[in-house]
Design a protein around this ligand. Structure first.
Ligand SMILES: Cc1cc2nc3c(=O)[nH]c(=O)nc-3n(C[C@H](O)[C@H](O)[C@H](O)COP(=O)(O)OP(=O)(O)OC[C@H]3O[C@@H](n4cnc5c(N)ncnc54)[C@H](O)[C@@H]3O)c2cc1C
Length: 417
């Protein structure tokens, strides 16, 4: 694989950029692999990369029904943070933040990780108490988080309206300075390129239509649009469609799938220096490097596999954005889109072995799994390679919905971006 560097860029600039090679190979599927990963989003591609790099498994295929990053990886608003309440969550998400910090160097690919700070607004006394509890819990776990007064919040984010008579008055904010954003599709492409260079076969336009089990119940392989492919280990990493795939192996999942929407404005000069989230009104906003304001909305109230989402969700979000940032009320929106998110009862992910030997599942990230991409992929690769969870993902097992040992970030935050 060719190294990307300032020298390579200069050389190509002098010869009309004709020397760049394909970023990843597009081979025909083999009849058998050691491991098949279903889903070519960031989590699936990252899992394949760490399996090859850290566990020496080289005969791996990633099967993607569409194009790489065409699922939620390429549809999210890219917020990265690790200020979750419970110890288990802080360990998982902060593992990811630590990997984000060196990911561009690790992959030799600019994933544009930008730790510009994530500020979470408190609009009522309950929010103030909840966020201050988060700050104390985070600090005990070595995760940075600090309390800002409304004036300090405005100094950090000048467009913020802190008028006391606002519909959603700002009573303070929790700031995680190491939080921020990254370029989502570059994360998929960077992992794909690095995995392909280690021998992983990445096969796009290859939908899995069945998961076959042998007479002993263990996984034998998958049926696809391009025929049967054998493997004794299969990892399902299919976000909003995880329960559909697991059903193919006869496993019923504690998941509900909802459309979640986002939208961007027309591009403007840099006006917004950080990420601001309001859980209470469920709106969040940052500015992309292209200049668009990137705005995230909430989920629909009803489960669905339609990638459109309801209009009232968008109008409610824009109401809130205009109230909190009056300067943006005359901006035009450029486009909106939706993705299907897979939501667990406790709003924490599932990174787990399953009752079926050789079948592993990474799902349930709901509205907030992009931030976890490197950490999730890293520990899931360990789980598949060792047939046992990494200590960080051991609590995020499927069994917890039977035993009751939930990691209840739903009650802690009521939102999970
Ligand atoms: C609008 C929106 C905003 C979001 N904002 C944030 C945010 O700000 N921060 C954050 O942390 N998270 C956010 N998220 C959540 C985040 O995007 C996801 O949790 C994360 O990207 C999931 O990654 P993944 O690789 O598991 O899934 P995906 O990227 O969806 O990859 C799964 C892949 O599986 C493929 N697949 C499905 N069925 C099959 C099949 N039968 N055969 C083969 N392939 C199949 C799909 O095509 C897809 O490419 C947001 C999500 C949405 C929709």
């Amino acid at each position: 694989m060719r190294n990307y560097s300032i020298f390579a860029l200069a050389r190509e600039a002098l010869r009309g950029h004709r020397g760049w090679e394909q970023q990843w190979r597009s081979p025909e599927p083999k009849s058998r692999y050691d491991v098949i990963i279903i889903g070519g989003g960031g989590h699936g591609l990252g899992t394949a990369y760490y399996l090859a790099k850290e566990h020496g498994v080289r005969n791996i295929a990633v099967l993607e029904k569409g194009w790489l990053g065409g699922g939620n990886t390429g549809r999210n608003t890219t917020i990265i943070r690790s200020n979750y309440l419970y110890d288990e969550s802080a360990a998982l998400y902060d593992h990811a933040v630590k990997l984000w910090e060196g990911l561009a160097q690790e992959l030799n690919y600019n994933v544009m990780y930008s730790p510009r700070g994530v500020m979470m607004l408190a609009h009522n006394v309950h929010d103030v108490q909840v966020f201050q509890r988060h700050i104390h819990a985070n600090r005990l776990n070595g995760v940075d988080n600090e309390w800002l007064t409304p004036e300090e919040a405005k100094a950090y984010c000048p467009p913020l309206n802190i008028a006391r008579n606002a519909r959603y008055p700002v009573m303070g904010a929790a700031l995680q300075r190491r939080g921020g954003t990254a370029r989502h599709d570059a994360v998929a492409w960077g992992y794909a390129r690095a995995a392909s260079a280690l021998g992983v076969d990445i096969i796009e336009n290859c939908a899995v239509t069945g998961i076959r089990r042998g007479s002993n119940g263990a996984v034998e392989g998958v049926d696809t649009g391009r025929g049967f492919i054998a493997a004794n280990k299969v990892g399902v990493v299919a976000a909003g469609h995880s329960s559909v795939l697991m059903e193919m192996a006869g496993v019923r999942m504690p998941l509900e799938s909802y459309p979640l929407q986002a939208l961007v404005s027309e591009p403007v000069k840099p006006v917004f220096p950080c990420v601001v989230m309001s859980n209470t009104v469920h709106a969040y906003i940052s500015q992309s490097d292209k200049g668009e304001l990137v705005i995230g909305a909430g989920t629909d109230q009803y489960t669905s596999y339609s990638q459109t989402g309801g209009l009232p969700v968008l109008t409610h979000t824009l109401d809130a954005i205009c109230e909190m940032f009056p300067a943006f009320s005359r901006m035009r929106m450029l486009r909106s889109w939706g993705g299907i998110v897979d939501v667990t009862p406790d709003r924490s992910p599932i990174l787990s072995k399953t009752p079926v030997a050789g079948l592993y599942v990474n799902c349930g990230w709901g509205t907030g799994g992009f931030k976890a991409t490197p950490g999730s992929a890293h520990v899931f690769a360990h789980t598949i390679a060792q047939d046992a969870p990494h200590p960080i993902n051991a609590p995020f097992n499927l069994e917890r919905f039977r035993t009751g040992r939930l990691i209840d970030e739903a009650a802690a935050a009521a939102v999970a971006h």
